[in-house]
Design a protein around this ligand. Structure first.
Ligand code: CA
Length: 677
């Protein structure tokens, strides 16, 4: 496709047909026309430079439209869903120490093609993905020199873009100080957002770690607690639909970003806060050229279905290395959530290995202080014992380092390559399955490099990685084959720490299904069947949700390895039907379908594993949720198990026949599960 980079924008001759380049609008106008259009636009109050070059491209199904322009030297884009503008004209560009690519820009060319790709991935919501998108590479010039491409991808539910920064003469490296990348939500949009916390706050100065509460249906225009919001960010564009903003493809070559409010409906990409990591390290990104930055992703839908079902975080990235071996996923047990630090002793862990084996589970996670309270030799003994029962071990580690005051041990084992690889060599010898690394130090580039280094070293030794006290994963399931999941959420530990979290448990679950868990595997550690968060099951914070709710969240929350908050006593004190369900529930999935819901109120989704469809629901609303479900997923004549709650949250299971509709009621803090036998 020809490039327009040699066209002189001042030349009146180019009032020509340019349909291959500029969509349905003429690229240039003569001076009289310019004045006319200018006058009309000014009168209409919608300023747009008559000099602007414009390019339009669509999703494969034609329903999403992106328009890219160079209005007044500013690179902009906008996004429509059908005839509704969902993202209004919004800025693009970068400020680097090689040049400022946010002003005096000219859209020189735009190459459009279709991209198709199929891939398999066991560790996300969908095991096989057929991806199709329109790709547009829009090249921008400054002072006659090509300085950057903005690469767009438009699938049937997602728009994404990233920058390709080009070398200039002998300059082959640069520092990106800021991105202009913005998102202008229309008037009337409301927000479902999670504030970014200030750095070096919270427990042992470990924030930010993506552990704050959401606000619901708030108007646009706020900036969280002054520091913006953590991704992903959900918006409701009145009754027109939904927009989820996030990013993917972030690794040690860049910083992870947050979303800042500029004013009104305009939000922009924000780089990390200076104070993260105890103030050490730059907030900028250092790159070698040419470089492609992480993708900014916009998922759109008239309902929440596209949001729940999107695979955009994984569609846009590539594996960075091969899996060193076939990895084992599945279910596990975890003493710490009920028994806390003191439970990380030899006898209790042996008891949990026996419990995991009784449940048919694949692993046990041993949390902090195992190095002191059990010791390396005894851990190796436990690993050998677990192996005889088909149970592998995950071990907790502190990521520190020098970025916060978290005192838990083992510490000083994960932050530097030599110690880390020596530790992992021991793990491999002892037959350790995986690690859970906690208490990271923010989103600066040096920290993103640490995540990548831990993952790639762990793969060399056949070790799976779970992260806690950490950033959001951004495409990592596909980028790093031994990556499992991250916390990056107010997870189950808060249910132990405070009654407020227990009281808000259902509201949070009905939120994560539409926001946090949509873009990446979530290590929540839930599905408690204890009444109380204590070993004797009589004291401490108490669960207000039902047993069926616990079953439903085992399916609602997606992670290929799930360490549930079950305890050995649940074998005798929980209902048989609940234990049987928890023994058999899958953790890897083939497909997901959104059924209904509203963030913070209720969620109904369906997941498929092989021939089994699980329809699950939770309700946080005071009002019982009465709804009629279509059972056509199951085909005719199948026997289905329906787990439900009465008004007092007493659960039961009954058999129903598929092939017709069923009306169900989910009380507040209750759950629903339907699955074919
Ligand atoms: Ca945490």
């Amino acid at each position: 496709m020809p490039s327009l980079q040699n066209f002189d924008t001042k030349d009146e001759a180019f009032s020509h047909n340019c349909s291959y380049f500029c969509g349905n609008k003429p690229i240039k106008h003569n001076r009289f026309m310019k004045k006319m259009i200018l006058a009309v636009l000014v009168l209409a109050g919608t300023w747009s430079s008559a000099w602007a070059t414009e390019k339009t491209f669509n999703s494969p199904d034609g329903k999403l439209t992106v328009v890219v322009e160079d209005q007044n030297g500013i690179a902009t884009y906008r996004v429509s869903q059908g005839t509704t503008v969902m993202i209004e004209n919004s800025p693009l560009g970068l400020d680097t120490n090689m040049g400022n690519y946010t002003t005096d820009l000219t859209l020189a060319s735009c190459e459009v093609k279709t991209v198709k790709e199929s891939y398999d991935l066991r560790t996300i919501k969908q095991s096989h993905v057929d991806y199709e998108a329109t790709e547009a590479v829009c090249s921008f010039e400054k002072q006659g020199k090509k300085v950057m491409d903005v690469i767009f991808r438009v699938s049937n539910r997602d728009v994404a873009f990233r920058y390709r920064i080009l070398p200039q003469r002998d300059t082959k490296v640069c520092v990106v100080n800021e991105e202009a990348s913005g998102f202008t939500l229309p008037d009337g949009t409301t927000t479902f957002l999670c504030p970014q916390s200030r750095p070096m706050g919270g427990f042992a100065r470990t924030s930010p770690s993506y552990e704050t509460s959401y606000s619901y249906d708030e108007p646009v225009g706020k900036n969280g607690w002054g520091e913006g919001y953590t991704f992903p960010c959900l918006f409701r564009v009145g009754d027109k639909g939904w927009v989820l903003l996030s990013e993917t493809g972030v690794d040690g070559s860049y910083v992870a970003s947050r979303l800042l409010n500029v004013q009104g409906g305009l939000y922009k990409i924000g780089f990390p806060q200076q104070g993260e990591g105890n103030g050490f390290g730059s907030t900028s990104a250092a790159v070698s050229l040419p470089c492609e930055t992480p993708w900014r992703t916009i998922t759109l839908g008239t309902t929440l279905a596209n949001i729940v079902e999107t695979t955009v975080p994984f569609d846009l990235v590539k594996p960075k290395y091969e899996a060193s071996q076939p990895y084992i996923y599945g279910k596990g047990a975890w003493s710490w959530i009920i028994g806390m630090d003191s439970s990380c002793n030899y006898d209790e862990q042996k008891r949990y290995i026996d419990f995991a084996a009784a449940m048919g589970y694949q692993s046990v996670l041993i949390d902090a202080f195992w190095d002191r309270q059990i010791g390396y030799d005894k851990i190796a003994e436990l690993a050998a014992y677990g192996k005889t029962k088909g149970v592998g071990l995950f071990l907790w580690y502190n990521s520190n380092g020098s970025w916060n005051d978290a005192p838990q041990t083992p510490i000083g084992k994960m932050d530097k390559s030599r110690q880390r690889r020596a530790e992992m060599a021991w793990m491999k010898k002892a037959g350790i399955r995986g690690i859970k690394v906690d208490f990271f130090g923010g989103d600066k580039q040096n920290m993103m490099q640490l995540y990548e280094d831990i993952l790639s070293d762990a793969n060399d030794f056949g070790i799976l990685c779970i992260f806690h006290g950490c950033t959001l994963p951004r495409g990592w399931e596909r980028m790093y084959p031994n990556y499992v999941a991250s916390e990056a959420v107010l997870a189950s530990e808060n249910l132990h720490f405070g009654q407020g979290a227990c009281d808000a448990e259902a509201r949070n679950a009905a939120t994560h299904a539409f926001i946090r868990n949509v873009v990446g595997s979530m290590d929540f550690g839930g599905s408690t069947l204890n009444k109380f968060y204590s070993a004797d099951n009589k004291r401490g914070t108490h669960r207000v949700t039902s047993d069926v709710y616990a079953l439903a969240t085992a399916v609602l929350f997606q992670s290929s390895v799930q360490h549930f908050a079950l305890a050995p006593n649940n074998l005798t004190d929980a209902p048989d039907w609940a234990i049987d369900f928890m023994k058999n529930v899958p953790t890897t999935w083939d497909e997901v379908k959104s059924i209904d819901g509203y963030p913070g109120k209720y969620a109904l989704i369906a997941r498929r594993a092989g021939d089994h469809w699980f329809i699950v629901g939770v309700n946080a609303d005071k009002q019982p949720l009465k709804t009629t479900l279509d059972l056509s997923l199951y085909g005719k004549g199948a026997d289905l198990l329906l787990y439900g709650d009465d008004a007092q949250l007493n659960g039961s299971v009954k058999t129903i026949k598929s092939g017709k509709k069923v009306t169900v009621t989910i009380p507040q803090n209750g759950g629903l599960v339907i699955v074919n036998k």
